[in-house]
Design a protein around this ligand. Sequence first.
Ligand SMILES: NC(=O)c1ccc[n+]([C@@H]2O[C@H](COP(=O)([O-])OP(=O)(O)OC[C@H]3O[C@@H](n4cnc5c(N)ncnc54)[C@H](O)[C@@H]3O)[C@@H](O)[C@H]2O)c1
Length: 474
Amino acid sequence: MKNKRRDFLKMSGLVAGSLAGMNIMGCNNQVGKKVSSGSLELPKQNHNQKFNMAGYAAPKLEKVRIANIGIGSRGSGALNRLIHIEGVEIKALCDIVPERVTKSLEKFGDVDYTPDTYSGNENDWKKICERDDIDLIYITTPWKLHTPMAVYAMEHGKHAVVEVPAAITVDECWQLVETSENTRKHCMMLENCCYDFFELLTLNMARQGFFGDIVHGEGAYIHEFTFNPENKTKTWRLEENIERNGNLYPTHGFGPICQIMDINYGDRMDYMVSVSSNDFIMKEEYKKAAASDEFWEPFAKGAAKNHRGNMNTSTIRTIKGRTMMVQHDITSPNAYSRIHRVSGTKAAALKYPLPPKITVGHDWMSPAEYEKLEKKYTPEITKRIGEMAKQVGGHGGMDFIMDWRLIDCLRNGLPLDMNVYDAAAWSVIGPLSEWSIAHRSSAVDVPDFTGGSWKTNKPQMDISLTRGGNTKMV
Ligand SMILES: NC(=O)c1ccc[n+]([C@@H]2O[C@H](COP(=O)([O-])OP(=O)(O)OC[C@H]3O[C@@H](n4cnc5c(N)ncnc54)[C@H](O)[C@@H]3O)[C@@H](O)[C@H]2O)c1
């Protein structure tokens, strides 16, 4: 495990050094420069933007020809949604497990096409990217494959959408940014929580000035303990949690807060500090599981040495002097929470614990007052597609709104609601938190993936549907 950790740090461009060196980095905050010891290389901070992908609209597509890679739980759900959207043709399906591909063909009974299938070989997905009759690669595979697949797809002329997190190292974040700029292909992270109903409502309220100036935002990914020794299908995710110590899954709670605080569109993250507890739970759970099933022995050994701390708290200061907090814990017996706190100079909102709440002073508003505000500030996107989305489903409807808007933008030749800079900025919290934790919670600078264009970029997420919004459901 120790070697793996070192490999990770190298891959991130964060080569670990002596304790003295760590202190140097923590104190002088010179991320992006080689420190005098020579042994410490810190992540690249900036680049000369080749082309600004913020606000970029690719030529419109009459039909959006999609290939889906990774037909596990999430990929299978995506197919259920995509086949209901006008103008979509799913041309190819790929998974290394053949049954997952063949089983998913059953979903295509009611449409007039049948996707080609690719399976059995771990590199079959490349053949899909190399085809010339596909516009969009929809990636729902384990984390380590997200960036390699998205980069290969863009290099072969395809738009790429990729599940969360889009990248797991700082270097991967840069690869996504540079490839998207070089190829002028969209690269969107499928952050569905940006389309949940209260998140959309509060984004609209923020844009209409209801909260005044936003001073602070909080997000999280906290939920009940879900380890089940009977389920051996998603060990890749468990391995990530043993190999890496940090805020590994930040984007669900963090993405919507970034949207509300105009991160990359008028402000940007300056530096971050991250702290993690020890692991008090998982090593015992793996030990128990290994006692009756040897399958879990490597996990028990790995976790005993090095399981991710149960609770991570990462705090960020922005260039404009605002603050953000994002937490992660999916190993303790907690009620589900993405927090979603918005704190402004005039009002505040808090989603979790449910129900969502709004205040302009001492107490949360009454349900009647809340309803009045909800009516006033519900954005057009929710009005137009919200009810339909609830019927199709996918985390209460937000997944469908996301997919519908993605296809709607591609069909209308519009900028996507989220771009590669969002994908990189939200995902980079993972590797930067690992670095900070490995260095006694020292501050680490957050790279400017926009190459300075954050100062003039205009928010992309068009919740008012000023353009497009005409894609139907089939
Ligand atoms: N946005 C959300 O709400 C949400 C929810 C759950 C999961 N996710 C994300 O979705 C992704 C997938 O998660 P999941 O729960 O569906 O995992 P999963 O393990 O069920 O599915 C992953 C699939 O990828 C396939 N795969 C692995 N290597 C491959 C290769 N080389 N070529 C083709 N296929 C390959 C696997 O066989 C598997 O079927 C993860 O990134 C996860 O973080 C997002």
